[in-house]
Ligand binder design. Structure first.
Ligand SMILES: *Cc1c(COP(=O)(O)O)cnc(C)c1O
Length: 419
């Protein structure tokens, strides 16, 4: 699978041609041809599962059977490729199916090095599923430093990065890791779900494959479950296309159509969500009710220098997390006290969400490992939507008061009552 040359080192991945147009133009137009027969500006939804052939093995057009390829999926894949500065993209039925397909494409006995604080479902797949088919994963909390040491000659095939990580928003210097990986003929995958291609394009920093849970920012409206992978190498394309078809975890034509519609406004949504998150992170950082704020768009973030290199205009994205004073009770009370932020898992939609990772998205990770990665019981994760920023800020500040200040005052009153 890895496009390595005879001496084992990986060739510089071929690059997609520089796009002629800027992001917003590509988002609206890439993979969106007018219908050649009706002139329809918006593609129709191609529900047919099979396509007529003029002779045996001679399909009329480009399509045979919808699992292998479908017009709506093709168009969506083209759009994702354009936004990720990739030559190719493949769509899957979920972000998790994307991860599973990549991991299953590795030979038995392969070894993977991954950042520690990965998405909970990715951690579950790595530790509970990949192992069953003979793929081992080693986790590292500081992959830039450890990677050379963790690479096993001939066994390590893949490095897995999430930047920013979930839910602590720490960043990984993709170029540093990719340079070391490529010296050993190892591929680098970056899960770019948290930033979306508007803010970060990992292939430009040396990654070989970029993946997304399309469910989040790319679709952006919390109504489609989907995933995608994008890359430049023809070998990777052939290899993963085979597994996409053989495993069959593909999205429906309707979901491709919906996600493509969502993608057309990605730049507007990602910009606004990032602006809102910056506003809220700044307010949280100056609040006396918080212990720590994780937001890569703040100069105080330990990896801000990486954000300036890897993120468009140093933007921090729409996700942030913070530790609240008052422990897990305050964290829960905070989420329940928000009026605009909805207490729910997931992220990247137009509506703002909040959650407590230790008992929701990351509950499956043992406490010791969780806390080593900074996921304490009092950590609240927020996905900032595109509502009015001032309204969101007010909502967060009033919820902090309710969660941290009121219980203290009430607690004192109760004690006085007893005395
Ligand atoms: C949600 C998510 C996934 C999994 O995607 P699904 O579409 O839910 O299967 C993977 N990585 C990250 C960072 C995610 O947020």
């Amino acid at each position: 699978m890895s496009p390595s040359n005879t001496n084992g080192s990986i060739d510089t991945p071929p690059r997609a041609p520089s796009p002629v147009h800027n992001f917003g133009t590509l988002a609206v137009h890439a993979g969106s041809p007018h219908d050649p027969t009706t002139g329809a500006v918006i593609e129709s939804i191609s529900l047919s599962t099979t396509f007529a052939q003029t002779g045996v093995g001679k399909p009329l057009g480009a399509y045979e059977y919808t699992r292998s390829s479908n017009p709506n999926r093709d168009n969506f894949e083209q759009a994702v490729a354009a936004l990720e500065h990739a030559k190719f993209a493949l769509a899957f039925s979920s972000g998790s199916a994307t991860t599973a397909t990549i991991l299953q494409s590795l030979a038995q006995g392969s070894h993977v090095v991954s950042v520690s604080d990965v998405y909970g479902g990715t951690h579950r797949y790595f530790t509970k599923v990949a192992r069953a088919h003979g793929v081992q994963v080693t986790f590292s909390p500081s992959i830039e430093i450890d990677v050379a040491e963790l690479i096993r000659p001939d066994e390590t095939k893949l490095i897995w990065i999430e930047s920013p990580s979930n839910p602590t928003l720490s960043l990984v210097d993709i170029r540093t890791v990719a340079t070391i990986a490529h010296q050993h003929g190892i591929m680098v995958v970056v899960d770019n779900t948290f930033l979306s291609p508007y803010i970060q394009n990992p292939l430009d920093h040396g990654a070989d494959i970029v993946i997304h849970s399309v469910t989040k920012y790319i679709n952006g409206h919390s109504d489609v479950l989907m995933g995608a992978a994008a890359f430049n190498s023809e070998d990777i394309k052939d290899h993963l296309t085979f597994f996409q078809n053989a495993i069959g975890a593909v999205p429906s034509a309707f979901d491709c159509w919906l996600a493509h519609r969502g993608l057309k406004t990605l730049h507007l949504r990602a910009r606004e969500a990032s602006r809102n998150a910056h506003l809220i992170a700044t307010a949280l950082a100056s609040s006396p009710h918080t212990l720590l704020v994780n937001y890569p768009g703040l100069p105080s973030h330990p990896h801000y220098a990486i954000a300036l290199i890897q993120h468009r205009a140093g933007l921090g994205g729409g996700m942030l997390s913070f530790r609240i004073k008052g422990g897990p009770e305050a964290a829960e009370k905070f989420c329940q006290s928000c009026n605009i932020f909805t207490l729910a898992e997931s992220l990247g939609g137009v509506e703002s969400l909040c959650e407590v990772p230790s008992s929701m998205t990351h509950a499956g990770i043992p406490r010791e490992q969780r806390e080593a990665a900074g996921v304490f019981d009092d950590l609240v994760r927020m996905s900032c939507g595109i509502e009015d920023g001032e309204d969101l800020k007010k909502d967060v500040l009033q919820a902090l008061e309710r969660a941290v200040v009121w219980p203290k005052v009430n607690g004192k009153l109760a004690l006085n009552g007893h005395a």
